[in-house]
Write a protein that binds this ligand. Sequence first.
Ligand code: COA
Length: 236
Amino acid sequence: MTDWLASNPGRRCPPLAVHDVHVWHVALDISAARQAELWRSLSDEERARVERHTTSNGRRRALAARGLTRAVLAGYLELPPAKPAIAVGPRGKPYLVGSSLAFNLTHKDDCALVAVARSDIGVDVERVGSVARAGQIAARYFTAREREELATRSDAAAHLFFRRLWSAKEAYGKARGDGVTTRLADCEIDLDRAPPTIRANDGVAWRLWTLAPSPAFVGAVVAAEASVLAIFRFVE
Ligand SMILES: CC(C)(COP(=O)(O)OP(=O)(O)OC[C@H]1O[C@@H](n2cnc3c(N)ncnc32)[C@H](O)[C@@H]1OP(=O)(O)O)[C@@H](O)C(=O)NCCC(=O)NCCS
């Protein structure tokens, strides 16, 4: 993981080649001054979405997630953070208007990941811990082979395996722009291979990387036609 100083004026993000994937690890608990600065970079629509959160913690982190995503994208586009036009697809996936740069965001508590590529991309983060209704979720979204793999584990190992597998599935759904749908059961993930594999029946050559942003979180990124991953920490 490479540190990247957001505060360095004019600092560009690293070059992103056609098969590259960049994942940015972003901390959402930031100073009030930085929050105010990020607020100014948001569109009216983004501000309205932030204000829909019912708790002050929720609003603060939603603002940081959107504002810092803009800060990352601005580093690639070489534009001020308020400039990029971000629209939202039919099932809620944000995208850059008029740009070949694709991105996706995930956040849980203070941890956010922003993934950037030149092709469809999805990223997910999950907090490590026990899973309620694991059997029901597995029956709906996991393949028979994935359920067999899950059944070979018990206790904490099973919960961890579940979270890692779920994260990879969700990243796939987010790369497609569908989010969580029963389509997740059509893709098969093998976490025991090195590197882990993903096979889907949608004609796309997807690539999967599993992530471990910190001991408390697991994550995954899925991108079409990608081959090289680099991970950066966004340092305020
Ligand atoms: C999208 C979805 C997977 C998010 O799951 P989650 O674990 O709660 O959240 P994550 O932190 O991983 O991702 C959230 C981010 O993903 C992005 N996102 C939203 N919808 C997305 C989609 N369909 N595909 C990819 N990314 C999406 C947004 O940037 C969102 O950030 P925000 O919550 O701050 O707006 C889940 O809400 C889902 O499947 N929704 C179904 C989509 C749907 O049916 N929409 C129809 C109504 S418009």
